[in-house]
Design a protein around this ligand. Structure first.
Ligand SMILES: C[S@@+](CC[C@H](N)C(=O)[O-])C[C@H]1O[C@@H](n2cnc3c(N)ncnc32)[C@H](O)[C@@H]1O
Length: 313
């Protein structure tokens, strides 16, 4: 192994319990200066996630297992995945094949970005409930990736039908796989194509969107963990907001009267507030974000003709 002098054989006799392996993993992760942000924010949570997933234990509680001893087979598996995280620098979810949002499990691999949208917290937390009151609500999830937000919306709003649009054929396969796992294929439809093109002529009560929104220069200097994800899931043009602008420009035509757009845009709030200065964006904060998700109604969006400063292409 490359993370520690000596292989598993030289340390296995000393590391017996989950607590021992957690401590060892955190030390090695800190030593290797890993980057986080794909569902966990630090070495402790990252090592805990990898250990619990590998041991097929629920990921929400580490405490009950800390003093449990591992079998030889389990030690080997835990050692292997911790070392793999260091050697490959891939996000933990690509190594386990799983990601969780709001307690819901999604299958992921390198064909899709690891799900972590703040919109998930808004859906599951009930913040969008008042926007979904009809018995026959139609929701559009633009840029669906793994299908996570479309699925969370369908689970939260049992009366809703959801269209989920995605440009990447790879991501579409993963989204369909996740929808099948939740057995909600009768209410969630994945459509391939560029933003609104596949849903021409349709109108929705709610559009949710987590488009690519990272500026080109930032994508260029990504740590390896972020560079392991599909670049088209991140790259939003020179300032990151190319797709957000297109969505703002077109959304009114795809919303029913009284409908609402909820869109995550990263750190571009000041730019959008200035360019679309007539639009009364409501910024929805979450536990982990401030000013990164906007909400705007159909009537206000009808004012969008061109932004004050035309986007650079
Ligand atoms: C930031 S990811 C969000 C994925 C998912 N909604 C989530 O929250 O995890 C953006 C997604 O948009 C897709 N995408 C990029 N350009 C697109 C376009 N023009 N039309 C539709 N989807 C696009 C990417 O392939 C990627 O899956």
């Amino acid at each position: 192994m490359s993370a520690q002098p000596g292989g598993l054989e030289s340390i296995a006799g000393e590391l017996l319990t989950v607590r021992d392996w957690l401590r060892w993993g955190v030390s090695r992760f800190n030593e290797a200066k890993l980057s986080y942000g794909h569902g966990t924010a630090n070495a402790i949570d990252e090592a805990a996630f990898l250990i619990l997933e590998t041991l097929h234990l629920p990921i929400d509680a580490l405490e009950p297992w800390l003093d449990c001893r591992l079998t030889d087979v389990e030690r080997r598996a835990v050692h292997n995945i911790l070392v793999k995280r260091i050697d490959t620098r891939k996000p933990a979810s690509y190594l386990t094949g799983t990601a969780y949002i709001q307690g819901h499990r999604f299958e992921v691999d390198e064909r899709v970005i690891v799900p972590r949208s703040f919109i998930g917290e808004l859906i599951a937390g009930g913040n969008l409930d008042e926007l979904v009151t009809d018995s026959d609500t139609r929701i559009l999830d633009l840029c669906t990736g793994s299908g996570c937000l479309a699925i969370l919306a369908a689970l939260r709003f049992g009366q809703a039908s959801v269209d989920a649009v995605e440009l990447s054929d790879d991501a579409i396969e993963v989204a369909r796989q996740n929808i099948a796992c939740y057995e909600i294929g009768d209410r969630v439809t994945v459509l391939g194509g560029d933003l609104f093109k596949p849903v021409a002529g349709r109108r929705y009560d709610l559009i949710i969107a987590n488009p690519p929104y990272v500026a080109a220069a930032e994508v260029e200097s990504f740590p390896r963990e972020y560079a392991a994800e599909p670049v088209m899931a991140h790259l939003g043009g020179a300032d990151g907001l190319d797709l957000a602008r297109r969505i703002l420009a077109d959304a009114a035509a795809y919303l029913k009267p009284g409908g609402t757009l909820v869109m995550e845009i990263g750190t571009g709030r000041d730019i959008l507030d200035s360019e679309f200065h007539r639009l009364p964006f409501v910024w929805l904060d979450t536990e982990e974000s401030a000013g990164e998700v906007l909400m705007i109604g159909q009537q206000d969006l009808q004012q969008v003709v061109t932004p004050r400063t035309p986007p650079k292409r």
